[in-house]
Design a protein around this ligand. Structure first.
Ligand code: KIV
Length: 272
């Protein structure tokens, strides 16, 4: 007898493909821990990305480069434990797939076995195609990521909008087609002109998930700490904040401190 989670209600890569066919938009958010992933999953999100943005929002690094494979697996496993419905995609961190397709496969296998993820995501097009092919040959679903690819920040030198010039735009469209042909099940497009993102979404049959790529794509992704207003300094034009949790949490903590100092907490009913 096989033991598996209730599969009928779960989002799979096939469900995402059908959603694109039907014109139903795909919702995706990041999560990095059990408690947040529980809330995000129960709200009905389609895809949870355990992004290497954990390097920024969880560990406080300036870039996504320092986070390790072990750390991504830790975050991935914590999220997977919480999830009942969403597809869980875990980022391959910088340095674990770029130079060597065997290493890319081994890194992906570790994510699938140790975090029980549903898929991996990696950044780049033709430069990482050999790695993409090798990971896919092991039956591991791969999500691509083109446009602004934060693991290459030292090459770009800036987080500005990518592919504004024709040459880079053409290369991006070709890369998207290459990733589709290789067998990727979806691609994230980050911070590129909306017109170009729409063109990419119309040029491939796999779902295109945008972040700062306009509304003409098949779905949207945001970093949860940004959309909840936990992070403060990061305010790109594409970010819609749904809450100001920084102020809410700070206010609650200030009230707690004040109650402790004034001996209001705990009161008679709050003790044994
Ligand atoms: O790491 C991440 O959170 C991401 C999203 C911004 C797409 O890659």
């Amino acid at each position: 007898m096989s033991i598996h989670k209730e599969s009928a209600k779960r989002v799979t890569t096939h469900v995402l493909a059908e959603m694109k066919l039907k014109g139903e938009k795909i919702s995706m958010l990041t999560s990095y821990d059990y408690s947040m992933a529980t809330i995000v999953d129960r709200a009905g999100i389609d895809v949870i990305l355990v992004g290497d943005s954990a390097s920024n929002v969880m560990a406080g690094h300036e870039t996504t480069l320092p986070i390790t494979l072990d750390q991504m697996i830790y975050h991935g496993a914590s999220v997977v434990k919480a999830v009942q419905r969403a597809l869980v995609v875990v980022d391959l961190p910088f340095g674990t797939y770029q130079g060597n397709s065997k290493e890319a496969l081994n890194s992906s296998i570790r994510i699938m076995k140790e975090a029980s993820a549903d898929a991996v995501k990696l950044e780049g097009g033709r430069e990482v195609l050999e790695s993409v092919n090798r990971i896919l040959s092991a039956g591991i679903p791969v999500m691509g990521h083109l446009g602004l690819t934060p693991q290459s920040i030292h090459k770009f030198g800036t987080y500005a909008v990518r592919a504004k010039e024709d040459e880079e735009a053409e290369k991006l469209i070709e890369d998207a087609k290459m990733l589709e042909e290789a067998g990727c099940f979806a691609i994230v497009l980050e911070k590129i002109p909306a017109i170009l993102a729409t063109k990419v979404a119309q040029s491939v049959t796999i779902p295109i998930i945008g972040i700062g790529a306009g509304g003409g794509v098949d779905g949207q992704v945001l970093v949860i700490h940004d959309m909840l207003g936990i992070t403060q300094e990061f305010s790109p034009r594409f970010l819609r904040r749904y809450h100001n949790l920084f102020d809410e949490i700070k206010g609650a903590v200030e009230n707690y401190i004040s109650d402790v100092k004034s001996k209001d907490f705990p009161n008679e009913k709050e003790q044994y």
